[in-house]
Design a protein around this ligand. Structure first.
Ligand SMILES: NC(=O)c1ccc[n+]([C@@H]2O[C@H](COP(=O)([O-])OP(=O)(O)OC[C@H]3O[C@@H](n4cnc5c(N)ncnc54)[C@H](OP(=O)(O)O)[C@@H]3O)[C@@H](O)[C@H]2O)c1
Length: 259
């Protein structure tokens, strides 16, 4: 049986990915800080689908804890076939008004943990001639984001990193998918203090389950970049043909607080 490691599996798309893998009879390694939520989900999915779900309670903004994930799985003899780098958050504020610790935690989680986990698990996948990596980026990846500058830049990193290694890995049996959704309903808005943003306030957003389903399908097909929603797809591509200062101006307006 194959195994999927999912970071940020205690809610949102992470939990939804866990449900999709379990349904396809794939064992799970669930990682996040909220141990009780992970244990409850693991038990439910083990009972419902007769799979094995291993829970690792780790804060991935600390690099020692990222290393621990790899060490624990090596000790347990668990080979990872699917790596879902899903955990991430943002911070809705002008950069000069942000708390540094939150920016540092965000860079550590959104960029460093994702990169390190990929580096740790990739050799085993290549050796096996099979592996799938899904990195959660965002439509934020396609342009600078005044009001969430570090978050948008972190997702640009995720997108570019994923595309580059997807190219390098051709012919190895390992594929890399960057999933780039627009805003969807999850714990993200609260964690990123963005409930007042025009982008989300009073809006009917897609569910985390629908986004995970879209990403899952594309990861299984080996698509390098997938963008759910026609409008998101068109906007992400329009940016490439527009003057950069216009793009930043529009992004800044879109990110304003709702009146
Ligand atoms: N929701 C959106 O509008 C949206 C749009 C585009 C892209 N995304 C991206 O989609 C991904 C999933 O987000 P979501 O919307 O599902 O958000 P969410 O509901 O807030 O879930 C985030 C997950 O990450 C985990 N997490 C946060 N900090 C962590 C840490 N330091 N160490 C380990 N795990 C941590 C959380 O669990 P614990 O708190 O238990 O640790 C939770 O399971 C993120 O990468 C996000 O940037 C979201």
């Amino acid at each position: 049986m194959k195994t999927a490691l999912i970071t940020g599996a205690s809610g949102g798309t992470g939990e939804a990915f866990a449900r999709l893998f379990a349904k396809d009879h794939i064992n799970l390694v669930l990682v996040a800080r909220s141990g009780e939520k992970l244990k409850k989900l693991a038990l439910e999915l083990e009972q419902q689908y007769h799979i094995k779900a291993t829970v690792l309670i780790q804060d991935l903004s600390f690099m020692e804890q990222v290393e621990t994930v790899f060490k624990e799985l090596t000790n347990l003899g668990i080979h990872v076939d699917y790596l879902i780098n899903n955990a991430g958050f943002g911070d809705y504020a002008y950069f000069n008004e942000t708390a540094w610790l939150k920016q540092e935690e965000m860079i550590n989680l959104n960029i460093q943990a994702l990169t390190r986990l990929t580096h740790l698990f990739l050799p085993g996948m290549i050796k096996n001639g099979y592996g799938k990596i899904l990195n959660m980026a965002s439509t934020a990846a396609f342009q600078p984001g005044p009001g969430m500058s570090v978050y948008f830049a972190s997702k640009a990193y995720v997108l570019h990193f994923s595309e580059a290694i997807a190219y390098e890995l051709k012919g190895t049996g390992v594929t890399v998918t960057a999933c780039c959704p627009g805003a969807f309903e999850s714990g993200f808005q609260l964690a990123s203090s963005m409930e007042e943003s025009k982008l989300v306030k009073g809006k009917k957003l897609p569910s985390a389950a629908s986004i995970a389903f879209f990403g899952y399908r594309h990861m299984m097909k080996g698509t390098t970049v997938c963008i759910p929603g026609l409008m998101n797809y068109m906007l992400a591509n329009a940016v490439r043909f527009s003057p950069r200062n216009l793009v930043v101006w529009i992004a800044g307006k879109m990110q304003e607080k709702a009146k």
